[in-house]
Design a protein around this ligand. Sequence first.
Ligand code: FES
Length: 104
Amino acid sequence: MSEPSWIDVLDDAALQEGQMAAAYPLGVNVVLARVGGAVYAVSGKCAHMACPLFAGKLEGYTITCPCHDWRFDVRTGAFLDAPELRLPVYPTRSEAGRLSIQLA
Ligand code: FES
């Protein structure tokens, strides 16, 4: 199988340290976060009732959902109270000042 293609999502400079950004590559709801200089991408829909995680809080590597406070690790997508429950996680890269992700 061939490697999934990289999909351009955002200007690298638009995502500051400790911030999140929403993106919708190919119509998929994704939230990006930069923590410790690295960029992570997870599903933007909460695993509980699909609230938009972009509207939540980012503290360290933890995203807290704005609706019912479920917390996820942005590095792994794991729900902190039950790590077997996970958000989809997407690889990211920065190239020529642009961030891109792989969806597959
Ligand atoms: S929808 Fe996210 S915690 Fe309920």
